[in-house]
Design a binder for this molecule. Structure first.
Ligand code: ZN
Length: 505
C-alpha cells in the first residue's frame, strides 16, 4: 500500500493496481483490457463448459493478465434458489483456479457469514474479499469485521449510501480496501471516493449497451434519441449514433470507457487537491448524487481524514460548506486563536476572494499561528523575526533560528533547534511521532521510518501535519511532514509514516 496522493478522505495508492480503481464486472469473451476486473464465481460454476473452465487458471481461462477480484454471485444464487452450490464449492473453485483473492459466500445472518469466512480460511491461504449486506446494523458489521479482519483483503457492499459507507470505514481497518459494487452511473465515483471508497465495480456498461443506452456526462440516453456522440473515446471517434446502434460492442466499449475515464479523472483531481470541486461538479448530474455529495463533505469522517494544510488556494463561488474552512474554524475555536490574526494562514489566507480583509500585526500573526497549530501561548517578546512582504517569515530566539512561517500556507515549520524548544511546550505525544530504536536507525541511514517502527503518535495526527520525530526518551531525532492519520499509523503495516524534513542524527 504505497500512498501517493490524498484529498478529502480519498487516498490514491498503489498495491495490486492503482486505487481508487474501477473493476468492470465481466465474464467470458470480451474481457476488456483494463487493470482489473470483477468476476462472478457462480457464473463459472454454472458455465456449460464448467469442466474445461475449472481446470484452468483464471487468467488463462479469461485470457486476462490484470488483477481479478472475485464476487461470489450471492445475488444470483439467491434469485435462482440454487441449493446445490455450497460455500466450500465456490471457495474450492477459486482456490483451484488461482484467484489472487478469494470470496466466500456471504450470508444474511452474521453468524453464518462468519462461519463461511472461517471455512474459506481453512481452505486457502489467500486473503478474503468479504461482502457486507447493506441491511446489517453497525453492531452486526462490527462483529463480522472483528471476526474476519485478520484474513481480509477488503470488504464490499452493494450500498452507495454514504452514511453506510462512513460506518464501514470507521469499523474496517485502514489497511483493507472498501469496494462499492453495482454502481449505476460514473458520476457517483468521485463522490464516494471522497468518502474513502477504494474500489468501484459495475456491469452496467454492458447492461445498458444491450438495451441501446449510451452513458453521457450527465445521464444515460437511448442512442435512438441522439444525433451525435458527445465523446471522443476510441469507440465514438468519427462515428455517429447509428454506427453504435449497429455495433453494440462499440456501445459497450464506450460505456465502459465512461466508467474508466471517471476513475482516472477522480485520481487526477485527488492529485491536484481539487477533489471537492470535481466531485461537486459531477454530483450536479442528479439531485440524489448531490445529496450524497453534501453528506460526504459534511461528514466527520472527511474532517478527521482531511490533509491539512494543503498547498491549494480555495476558490469560493458561493456560500458553501468547505471542509477545510470548517476544520480551520474548529481548530481556531478550540485552541483559542483569533481568526483575524490568521489572515495569512491556511485556509483563511488561501481563499479567493479573501475571507479576511484585515492585515494583522506581525506580533499577532506569530502569536496566533502557535495557538492555532499547537494550542500554546508563546512569549513573543523572546522571539524576533524577519519580514517578507510584511509577513513574519524566519523566526529566531536570540541568535538561534527556530523555524519559519511558510509563505505558502502561513504554518510554522520548525528547525531542529525549534523542534527541541517546541517539544518542551507540548505534552507528549502531542506534535510527535515516537519511533523505536530501529526507527532511529532508519532516520540515521537517511531512510524513512515505517509504521512498524512507530511506538506512539499525536492522536490528532493527520496528513500534511508538521511533526517532531522523537525516540523513546523524547529526544528529537528529526522533523517531518506526516502522510497518515493516527489510525492509519496504527493499522497499516510497513508504509512510510512520515516524510523526514530535517535530521538531528
Ligand atoms: Zn465514447
Amino acid at each position: 500500500m504505497k500512498m501517493r496522493y490524498r484529498d478529502l478522505a480519498a487516498r490514491v495508492f498503489d498495491d495490486e493496481i492503482r486505487f481508487p480503481a474501477f473493476l468492470p464486472s465481466v465474464y467470458g469473451r470480451n474481457v476488456p483490457n483494463t487493470e482489473g476486473i470483477l468476476v462472478n464465481v457462480y457464473r463459472i460454476w454454472t458455465d456449460r463448459n464448467y469442466r474445461t473452465a475449472s481446470s484452468k487458471d483464471i487468467h488463462s481461462f479469461l485470457s486476462f493478465n490484470g488483477f481479478v477480484l472475485p464476487e461470489s454471485g450471492w445475488k444470483q444464487i439467491d434469485k435462482y434458489g440454487d441449493e446445490d452450490v455450497t460455500n466450500e464449492d465456490l471457495v474450492h473453485l477459486q482456490e483451484r483456479m488461482g484467484f489472487p483473492v478469494v470470496a466466500p459466500l456471504p450470508a444474511g445472518r452474521v453468524e453464518d457469514a462468519i462461519i463461511n469466512a472461517g471455512l474459506a480460511r481453512e481452505m486457502t491461504e489467500k486473503s478474503l474479499f468479504l461482502e457486507i449486506p447493506a441491511s446489517w446494523t453497525e453492531k452486526e458489521v462490527l462483529a463480522f469485521v472483528e471476526a474476519t479482519k485478520e484474513w481480509a483483503w477488503g470488504y464490499g457492499t452493494h450500498s452507495d449510501d454514504p452514511e453506510f459507507l462512513e460506518m464501514l470505514l470507521r469499523v474496517v481497518p485502514r489497511s483493507k480496501k472498501i469496494a462499492v459494487l453495482g454502481i449505476h452511473h460514473p458520476a457517483i465515483i468521485p463522490v464516494l471516493a471522497a468518502m474513502g471508497a477504494d474500489v468501484f465495480s459495475s456491469g452496467a456498461h454492458a447492461r445498458y449497451a444491450s438495451r441501446g443506452l449510451y452513458i453521457t456526462d450527465a445521464s444515460i440516453r437511448p442512442l435512438s434519441e441522439m444525433e451525435e456522440l458527445p465523446c471522443s473515446c476510441n469507440a465514438c471517434e468519427n462515428r455517429d449514433p447509428d454506427d453504435l446502434e449497429r455495433n453494440r460492442e462499440l456501445l459497450e466499449r464506450h460505456n465502459l470507457n465512461a466508467f474508466l475515464l471517471e476513475v482516472k479523472r477522480t485520481r487526477n483531481a485527488i492529485a491536484e487537491g481539487r477533489l471537492y470541486e470535481y466531485a461537486r461538479r459531477r454530483a450536479m448530474t442528479h439531485p440524489d448524487i448531490y445529496r450524497k455529495f453534501l453528506f460526504v463533505v459534511r461528514s466527520d469522517w472527511v474532517l478527521e481524514n482531511l490533509p491539512f494544510p494543503k498547498q491549494n488556494s480555495i476558490y469560493l463561488f458561493e456560500n458553501e460548506f468547505r471542509p477545510e474552512i470548517e476544520l480551520g474554524k474548529r481548530l481556531a475555536r478550540e485552541r483559542g486563536a483569533n481568526i483575524d490574526h490568521l489572515a495569512f494562514t491556511y485556509p483563511f489566507g488561501q481563499t479567493y476572494p479573501p475571507m479576511i480583509e484585515s492585515r494583522p500585526e506581525p506580533e499577532d500573526v506569530v502569536r496566533a499561528v502557535f495557538r492555532y497549530q499547537y494550542g500554546i501561548d508563546v512569549d513573543v517578546s523572546s522571539l524576533r523575526w524577519e519580514l517578507r512582504k510584511g509577513i513574519p517569515r524566519k523566526i529566531f530566539m536570540g541568535e538561534t533560528y527556530i523555524g519559519l512561517i511558510r509563505f505558502e500556507d502561513g504554518f510554522f515549520v520548525p528547525s531542529i533547534e525549534g523542534a527541541r524548544w517546541l517539544k518542551e511546550l507540548l505534552p507528549p505525544p502531542q506534535g510527535r511521532i515516537v519511533v523505536d530504536e530501529d526507527g532511529v536507525q532508519q532516520v540515521r541511514n537517511k531512510r524513512t521510518p515505517l509504521t512498524d517502527h512507530v511506538l506512539d503518535v499525536d492522536p490528532g495526527l493527520r496528513p500534511n501535519m508538521e511533526v517532531i520525530i522523537v525516540d523513546e526518551n523524547d529526544g528529537v531525532i528529526a522533523t517531518g511532514k506526516s502522510v497518515l492519520t493516527a489510525r492509519e499509523v496504527a493499522e497499516i503495516p510497513r508504509v512510510p509514516a512520515v516524510k523526514v524534513r530535517h535530521r538531528a542524527v
